[in-house]
Design a protein around this ligand. Structure first.
Ligand SMILES: [Zn+2]
Length: 334
């Protein structure tokens, strides 16, 4: 490996470990897969047109039990979920590099970054023995593509990058009909307690544990979604705020301050929900009474699934969160 390339690989490895490039280890706290992060393999390429974007997908051809066609379909589904939530794919061009994880099954590791090529890129490892069912169950591809939709933040705000990806991924997939609505709420009921502050934890800008980063960030997103819907008589939600950020160029290929991102999102909904919630959660632990919130939303935990109560006071808000969004054209990108 030439020295410059070795150095770049090392830097990317460090970035991956620190998490600034969006290392995603939501389901399992895995160390970054060196092979996934850095091995160059001969690839076959296809350009997918999704939601107004061209996504170039490079696949290590002939290295998987499944035909490449199935992998392209998997990336397409993920792109469609993101397109549904945002009303269009958030950037005009992106790249997805599918790496082979030898001897394994399933999607094992992904991260998204902005390389020198100037093209937002997701690298994702897929086990050579991955099955169609594993691709159908996979959340990680969608999670990675959601990362492209929000500006790059300073390290202390990494929680909002992971929180948005964690929160939006199942909702986008449900809105697109890929997973049942119950699955969205079941994941929130199971996952969000991991985002609550533990004794000694500070606010989201100060405690950077796995739970606070992924699920603490998702907790912020759910509170924001409910807050925006309460403030707008359920006419708008978090998706409108996030679309507003994308509409003025707030995507991962741009460095923004968190104040600018949240202020832009608030402007799009005509509220101050994102900014005020950030003020509340950034420095203080700010626990949330989730039991009470589930009651208000009419979400009834029921073993490994959930059921719903439509007579709950915020049932309409719960329904609106996972409803397919109103047909809307995303405003032109600058
Ligand atoms: Zn992530």
């Amino acid at each position: 490996m030439p020295r410059t390339r070795a150095l770049r690989f090392l830097v990317k490895g460090i970035i991956a470990i620190l998490g600034t490039a969006g290392v995603c280890a939501l389901a399992a706290e895995r160390a970054p897969d060196a092979r996934a992060a850095g091995t160059d393999v001969p690839a076959e390429t296809r350009r997918l047109e999704i939601g107004g974007a061209t996504i170039t997908v490079n696949i290590a051809a002939g290295r998987f039990d499944l035909p490449s066609e199935r992998l392209y379909a998997w990336v397409t589904r993920a792109g469609r979920a993101v397109t549904t939530y945002y009303g269009g794919f958030p950037v005009e061009r992106a790249e997805v590099n599918v790496r082979e994880a030898p001897g394994r099954g399933g999607v094992s590791h992904g991260f998204t970054f902005f390389p020198d090529s100037g093209l937002l890129t997701t690298r994702i490892a897929v086990g050579e023995h991955t099955t169609e069912e594993e691709l159908a169950d996979d959340w990680m591809m969608t999670h990675e593509l959601v990362h492209m939709s929000f500006p790059a933040m300073a390290q202390e705000h990494h929680w909002i990058e992971e929180g948005i990806a964690t929160y939006v991924e199942p909702i986008g997939r449900a809105q697109d009909g890929q997973i049942p609505v119950e699955s969205v709420w079941q994941q929130l009921v199971e996952g969000l307690p991991k985002g609550e502050p533990e004794p000694g934890d500070g606010g989201l800008d100060h405690t950077h544990t796995w739970g606070r980063t992924y699920w603490g960030g998702a907790l912020y997103c759910l509170m924001a979604d409910v807050g925006i819907r309460r403030a707008t008589k359920n006419q708008m939600g978090l998706e409108d705020a996030l679309r507003g950020i994308v509409a003025v160029g707030g995507t991962m290929d741009h460095d923004w301050t968190i104040e600018r991102a949240l202020g832009t999102g608030d402007k799009a909904t005509g509220t101050k929900v994102l900014t005020e919630l950030y003020e509340k959660m950034k420095n203080a632990p700010a626990p949330v009474d989730l039991e009470q919130l589930w009651k208000e939303l009419g979400v009834v935990p029921d073993g490994r699934t959930v059921s719903f109560r439509d007579d709950a006071p915020l049932a309409a808000i719960r329904k609106a969160i996972t409803e397919p969004p109103r047909a809307r054209v995303m405003p032109a990108r600058p």
